[in-house]
Ligand binder design. Structure first.
Ligand code: KIV
Ligand code: ZN
Length: 538
């Protein structure tokens, strides 16, 4: 097979050739992020996140791993059909079957991309038991195959940062000659350091023939807390695509956080004269949505999107801030979509006030959605004198997490507790649309409730985490409960808020169970390729 002329494909892409300072943002929240244990999203949630990513100006959305399951395939296909502006990319291992399946899903997009990868470091080469020459042949054949299907092909040498330099140059050259248009260089295990990251990309661009015809990309994991620094260093070295996720979601310590690299280039344009196409005012909203649907809370002191990122509580800070916001602020809260309003809602607040407040918080609701949320808001305001921003965010999260097609749904719960054990829970819960009523006793109200759920729907899961936080202050505060469940290595999380801690616990537990049921339907492939012949197109 003749090697492809890569320059045409680069022209077809949004490659920043025309402007050397434009950095493409490749978001992999729906693939690498979703791959993180417990972060499974439903089909509907993936479509919603993809739409928000598209609207915020992400250049490339990695929508999933189409061969992983029917669900992944359906999500990537739908996202491909719905996307307006972004390139839609799917992941495929280095075999024909994965690549064909990926193409079937992404081909619906206005601008599709196939992303194929294989491990190139000594440790990773050992998994499919391929020697250097055999692996090189496979890279040539699979990239060529992908390029015959799609003129926008990304190739990644997994664990590139621990691959021998000469061999890395050799395989990158093979991939370019076979038609890859984007060369992504992953720091799969978060091992590299910023100076190495810059040198690696610079070295590849200077050494590999044809390198100036393609876009170099960086993909960093955060195991040593250096993902953001490594990604920015890679850009200084010549990379013009950053792979990242919202809130830094991703396996282990996560991936590079989109909001961090985008804001760093914006705030420090004086020393990093690069720019992206991201509308930064949409950052807070999408951050909240991803936290909600993934069940991964954002830590309070997380850069850019943490609850405390713009909070100035100490006296000295407040004084300085009142005189001049720039004393302690290097960016304005509104630049990332954080609006400061002191309007607190209560039970006399009407729809218009609720709509305005939610809009400030980044939620634009259609009339029917507002009606639903208004009913929930009134119920909350009846139990709670003042409804704060955080209460509304928790309420919105619950409203979006509860899905009418969930297999398990709580209909009624009453718990009797007191100084005398055991405590008991009366529960009515529907399973696949059929109501069941039970009473269970336990060691405390939460234990009794979880036992009641188990009585209705017998299951064998390990409760790995049960955590309660107050959303705001005061004895009428809502409690947010987080639950993490594990079964056969599959993990799921659930979160819920309520002024009644036991009700929040029950909802969080059932949410996690519903998600686990979705996750168990997946047949995610192993990361290696040994079980699939790469020429098998059947
Ligand atoms: O971390 C990694 O190496 C990956 C590849 C599939 C790009 O996620
Ligand atoms: Zn990764």
């Amino acid at each position: 097979m003749a090697d492809k002329d890569v320059s045409q494909a680069v022209k077809n892409d949004t490659a920043p050739k025309a402007n050397k300072d434009r950095v493409l943002i490749f978001d992999t929240t729906l693939r690498d992020g979703e791959q993180s244990p417990g972060a499974t999203m439903t089909h509907h949630e993936k479509l919603e996140i993809a739409q928000l990513l598209d609207e915020m100006g992400v250049d490339i959305i990695e929508a999933g791993f189409p061969i992983a399951s029917e669900g992944d395939f359906a999500a990537v296909s739908e996202i491909a059909k719905q996307a307006d502006r972004a390139v839609i990319c799917g992941l495929a291992r280095a075999n024909f079957k994965d690549i064909d399946r990926c193409w079937e899903a992404v081909k619906h997009a206005k601008r599709p991309r196939i992303h194929t990868f294989i491990g190139t470091s000594p440790l990773h080469r050992d998994i499919p038991k391929l020697n250097k020459d055999e692996l090189a042949d496979r890279i040539h054949d699979t990239v060529t195959h992908a390029r015959n299907l799609c003129d926008n092909v990304q190739w990644s040498p997994m664990d590139a940062t621990r691959t021998e330099w000469d061999y890395l140059c050799r395989v990158v050259e093979i991939a370019i000659k076979a038609g890859a248009t984007t060369l992504n260089i992953p720091d799969t295990v978060g091992y590299t350091a910023p100076m190495e990251s810059a040198d690696l990309i610079r070295g590849l661009i200077e050494t590999v023939p044809g390198a100036d015809e393609v876009v170099f990309s960086t993909h960093c994991h955060n195991d040593l807390g250096m993902a953001t620094a490594n990604s920015l260093a890679a850009v200084a070295g010549g990379a013009r695509q950053i792979e990242c996720t919202i809130n830094g979601l991703g396996e282990r310590a996560g991936n590079t956080a989109l909001e961090e690299v985008v804001m760093a280039m914006r705030v420090r344009g004086d020393i990093m004269p690069y720019y992206t196409g991201i509308d930064t005012t949409k950052i807070m909203n999408i951050s909240r949505r991803v936290a909600t649907v993934s069940g991964f809370n954002v830590q309070f002191n997380k850069a850019i999107v943490g609850k405390n990122a713009f909070a100035h509580e100490s006296g000295i800070h407040q004084d300085g801030m009142l005189k001049n916001a720039e004393t302690f602020e290097i960016m304005r809260p509104e630049d990332v979509g954080l609006t400061e309003t002191n309007l607190v809602l209560g039970k006399h607040s009407g729809r218009a006030a609720l709509r305005a407040k939610l809009k400030d918080l980044g939620y634009e609701l259609a009339d029917n959605q507002l009606n639903d949320v208004f009913v929930r808001f009134k119920a909350l305001a009846d139990r709670k004198k003042e409804v704060f921003d955080d209460d509304l965010i928790a309420l919105m999260r619950d409203a979006s997490v509860e899905q009418s097609n969930d297999r398990l749904q709580i209909k009624f719960l009453r718990v009797i507790c007191g100084t005398e054990a055991p405590q008991s829970a009366d529960l009515t819960m529907s399973v696949d649309g059929v109501d069941h009523q039970v009473t269970a006793t336990g060691d405390g109200p939460v234990d009794a409730t979880f036992r009641a759920v188990k009585k209705v729907f017998p299951h064998d899961v390990d409760l790995q985490l049960y955590q309660v936080h107050a959303v705001t202050e005061g004895t009428d505060a809502q409690a947010t409960v987080s639950v993490r469940l594990e079964q056969d290595g599959r993990i799921s999380t659930g979160q819920a808020a309520d002024t009644d801690t036991v009700v929040a616990s029950a909802k969080a537990y059932v949410t996690a169970l519903n998600r686990l049921l979705v996750r168990l339907e997946k047949t995610a492939p192993d990361a290696d390729v040994k079980d699939i012949s790469y020429r098998d197109t059947a």
